[in-house]
Design a protein around this ligand. Structure first.
Ligand code: NAP
Length: 256
């Protein structure tokens, strides 16, 4: 019997975990797709393919050429382009699509969050007075803060920010999560940070900075997610596994 082919769009802990669970099944042929942004990505439990597809059309071609039976979009909640492409490509190629997206963090007592819609809104919300800012939003969007050069920035990312920021007062910290609350408190104290900028990524690996800000009474500019209500979405790996079986039992797209 031919195995059912699954393509997981990844780049997240959940994608890796899902790949691990699905890869262990002998009725499935699972490939994980990475954008190729991280120079030294973590080892993955199934075969990977790396790099962009060439937009929604390119992805649709890939799905057809490789006779993919199910597309799983398990990319990061803030990787909006690839998710939009996945939706269009799935539609064009009539491939079932499931989204795996962890829930966002919710504020709890003691949190001092200011929600903002975009990273650019976070730049504006820092205000005119110079502040010491912890930028924990990844390296791709850090350059937006060049527009507010009066602040001091501590930028943390897995790989170096390239090109570096043009703002005059910037420190870089290379580190890969998960992070501990004690470690994050030490970072915030050590660099005399007075405001944290974060995306509402959800998940545990990067939550410690939020808990650390709360412990120190620091404000957080929290970049919200854009909503996408059209795709069947699981919030956890377990839920995704159930959805996948549900889609599988609903009939196969191709006669395998
Ligand atoms: P994005 O803006 O949504 O995507 C930009 C382009 O990168 C896509 O159009 C696609 O190129 C390619 N791409 C993205 N993810 C891909 C994947 N899994 N496999 C193959 N190609 C992919 O994405 P991003 O925000 O730059 O994120 C890139 C990757 O990092 C994603 O896999 C995401 O899960 C991960 N990540 C992102 C964040 C974040 O905050 N944005 C945080 C942690 C991890 P083509 O159009 O050529 O196909």
């Amino acid at each position: 019997m031919d195995k059912r082919r699954i393509l997981i769009l990844g780049g997240t802990t959940e994608a890796r975990e899902l790949a691990h669970r699905l890869g262990a099944r002998d009725d499935l042929d699972v490939t994980l797709s990475l954008a190729g942004r991280t120079i030294d990505p973590a080892p993955q439990p199934v075969p990977i393919r790396t790099g962009g597809f060439g937009g929604a059309e390119g992805l649709a071609d890939y799905l057809a050429t490789n006779r993919v039976d199910l597309l799983i979009d398990a990319t990061h909640p803030f990787a909006r382009q690839i998710s939009a492409n996945a939706e269009r490509a799935a539609e064009h190629s009539a491939t079932p699509l499931i989204r795996l997206e962890r829930t966002g963090w919710q504020p709890v007592e003691g949190d001092r969050w200011t929600p903002v819609a975009t990273v650019n809104d976070a730049v504006a919300a820092l205000g005119a007075e110079p502040r010491r800012v912890f930028l924990a939003i990844g390296r791709q969007e850090a350059h937006h803060f060049n527009a507010a050069p009066q602040h001091h920035y501590l930028v943390r990312s897995v790989d170096p920010v390239d090109p570096p920021l043009t703002a005059p007062s910037v420190e870089y910290l290379l580190a890969r999560g998960p992070f501990s609350v004690e470690g994050e408190i030490a970072v915030l104290r050590g660099h005399q940070i007075d405001v944290v900028v974060s995306k509402n990524s959800g998940g545990e690996a990067t939550y410690a900075k939020i808990a650390a800000a709360r412990a120190l009474g620091l404000p957080v500019l929290m970049v919200d997610r854009a909503r996408n209500g059209r795709v069947s979405t699981a919030e956890t790996v377990e839920e995704a596994l159930r959805l996948i079986d549900h889609v599988a039992s609903g009939g196969r797209k191709r006669g395998v």
